[in-house]
Each structure stands twice: as C-alpha cells, then as structure tokens.
Design a binder for this molecule. Structure first.
Ligand SMILES: NC(=O)c1ccc[n+]([C@@H]2O[C@H](COP(=O)([O-])OP(=O)(O)OC[C@H]3O[C@@H](n4cnc5c(N)ncnc54)[C@H](O)[C@@H]3O)[C@@H](O)[C@H]2O)c1
Length: 318
C-alpha cells in the first residue's frame, strides 16, 4: 500500500514537472542582458574562460566584436574552447593565454607578457573560481578558495589596473555569488589552518569578492574605471566537480537551474550595459541590483581585507 502511494506520488510529481516544464525553464533562466552594445575595437580579458559561465561570456563578447583574451589554467582546454567559439562565430577574435591563479609566479608572468603585448584593456572579468575542494594549498601556501577566488584575482587586478586606467572608460566585473551571504572573513584564521570547512571556505572567498569590489570602487573614484560584482544565479556547470553530493543534486535539479549561457547574462550586462557606465561598487544578479549581506557592506572590513591581501601577497597597492 505504502509503495503504491509512493509510486503514485512520484508519478504525479513527474507529470506536474513535465506539464509545467516550459514555465519552470522560463523562470529558471532568469533575466537576459538586453543591451545590443557593439564592442568593436575593445579588448576584454576573462579568467577561467574555458568552461561554464566564462566560456559563454567570452562567446557573447566576441560576437559583439571584442578581442577576447581567455586566461586559462589549462591551455589545451582553453584552445578547445576557443575553437568551439570560432566554430559558433567565425569572426570571433579569441586568444588563449596561460594563467594559473593558484600560483603568483604564473600571475606575474601572465601580466608581464600581457602588458608587453596588449596596449589596451577595457573589460576585465574575474570569473575563474573553485568551489568546495578538499583542503589544498596554492603554490604560495594560501588556502585554495581564498587563494584562487580572491588573492589571485586581487594580484592580477593590481598588475593590470594601470593599463585599465589608461584605457578608460573601462569596467571590471567580479564574479562573486549569493554564497557571500553565508561567509565571514576569518582574519584570525584566513587560510583555515585552525579548522576547515570547504563550504565555508568558498563562502569566505565569495564575500571577499564583494568586499574587494566595494573597496576597489572607492579607490577608483574619478578614474572612469568601474567595478561591480555579480551573482550569476545557480548554474549547471562543472563548478560542483569536487562535491559528489552537489553534482548529484545539480544533475537531478538541472531543469530548475540556469544553463551556463543563462548564467553569463549578468556578467555580460555589467560589462556592456550603457546605463551602468558610471555605476561602481554595486552587486548585481539577474541583470539588476541585488541584495548584499551586512558583512559585505562593511567599509571597515573591506579596508582591513585590502590591507591583509596586500600583506599576504607582499605588495603595495595604494
Ligand atoms: N555555477 C554556479 O551555480 C555559480 C553560482 C555562483 C557563483 N558562481 C561563480 O561563477 C564563476 C564561474 O563558475 P562556473 O559555474 O562557470 O564553473 P566552472 O567550473 O565551469 O568554471 C570555473 C573556471 O575557473 C577555472 N579555474 C579554476 N581554478 C583556476 C586556477 N587556479 N587558475 C585559473 N583558472 C582556474 C576553471 O578552469 C574553470 O574554467 C566562479 O567564480 C563561481 O564561483 C557560480
């Protein structure tokens, strides 16, 4: 009897999902970037552009006429992604360059060659990220989430900001997450040496993205370089690769999640929308301003994080 009820219930749920599939998909897809801005003559740099949201962002911006530089850890995978972008749009000007955000030497080498060979940078999208990986350290001994998601991008941006100021108007888009709501900056244990929880480490790094955006925007006032952070939505990508449970959940619930193309819309919106030309230090989701948790609005924490980041990286950035 119980089994019959269970099967009947499951059958009913399946029927409802199938019946309402188009509505569910439409709702899950979220907002589309409606801007038709053309990017002829503009140069864009996207980190982690060989998969997921980054790859879709690269395709869209290349279709708008930009020269898109895809900064990828694995050049071979990057070249495959670039080839598929060229196959989708034969005029795409996409280039792959090697960048491992888990290695400050790689970041410095990348920036050195970039500054030598590229004379303008109008849009920087710090998109690369890792989520819920087992406790690992970057080459420089940073905990992987804070090391790649925050410190790596902090160093990269510091090295390229002069070029962006010279290329102004220019925009920086920092791909953060709703997960920043559940994070706090553990200044007393920045690299989770005392205790480690992969979910909380991810949340800390995504909060760091929001606070970095806020402080950088304050420092960039009057330069015509803006910076905003985004939550792309919950996107069915490879990001869950380190968590079997998350991968299963994302697969089962895929109909309710955004595709990478849908997840790229807010990054694209922040990169091109005309109405955002002077908007800086804000957080966006679904191509609209989004809620920022109180810990992401603290100017004091943002300044302290800035100083700690400079100290950890051994750099001066005033
Ligand atoms: N997928 C989601 O639901 C979701 C939700 C909120 C935020 N985000 C954010 O969106 C961004 C893109 O994620 P995605 O969903 O497209 O996942 P993804 O795994 O497809 O993309 C992440 C990219 O980062 C790159 N990367 C990882 N470590 C790197 C390193 N050390 N050096 C250089 N590149 C590195 C990967 O190679 C990959 O190309 C991430 O910052 C993620 O935190 C994703």
């Amino acid at each position: 009897m119980f089994l019959l009820l269970l099967l009947g219930g499951l059958g009913l749920i399946t029927l409802m999902v199938l019946l309402f599939a188009p509505q569910i998909r439409r709702h899950a897809a979220g907002a589309q970037c409606k801007s038709t801005v053309c990017l002829d003559g503009k140069t864009v740099l996207i980190t982690g552009a060989n998969t997921g949201i980054g790859k879709e962002t690269a395709l869209d911006l290349a279709m708008r006429g930009a020269r898109v530089i895809m900064a990828c850890r694995d050049v071979e995978k990057g070249e495959e992604a670039a080839a598929s972008i060229r196959a989708a749009y034969s005029k795409a000007q996409v280039e792959v360059r090697e960048l491992d955000l888990a290695d400050t030497c790689s970041i410095r080498a990348f920036a050195q060659i970039f500054l030598k060979e590229v004379d303008q940078l109008h849009i920087l999208i710090t998109n690369a990220g890792v989520m819920m990986c087992p406790y690992t350290k970057t080459i420089d001994g940073f905990e992987m989430h804070i090391g790649v998601n925050h410190l790596g991008h902090f160093l990269l941006t510091s090295l390229l900001i002069g070029l962006m100021k010279r290329s102004a108007p220019a925009r920086i888009v920092v791909v953060s997450s709703l997960a920043h709501n559940f994070g706090w900056i553990r200044f007393h244990d920045f690299h989770s040496q005392g205790s480690y929880n992969s979910g909380l480490a991810y949340c800390q790094s995504k909060l760091a993205n929001v606070l970095f955006t806020r402080e950088l925007a304050r420092r960039l006032k009057g330069t015509n370089v803006t910076v905003n952070s985004v939550h792309p939505g919950t996107v069915n990508s490879d990001l869950t690769r380190h968590s079997t449970l998350m991968t299963i959940c994302f697969t089962v619930l895929s109909m309710f999640l955004k595709t990478p193309q849908e997840g790229a819309q807010t990054s694209i919106y922040c990169a091109v929308a005309e109405e955002l030309h002077s908007i800086s230090g804000q957080h966006f989701s679904d191509c609209a301003p989004a809620f920022v948790a109180p810990q992401g609005r603290s100017e004091e924490t943002a300044r302290r994080l800035w100083d700690v980041s400079c100290e950890q990286l051994g750099i001066q950035w005033d």
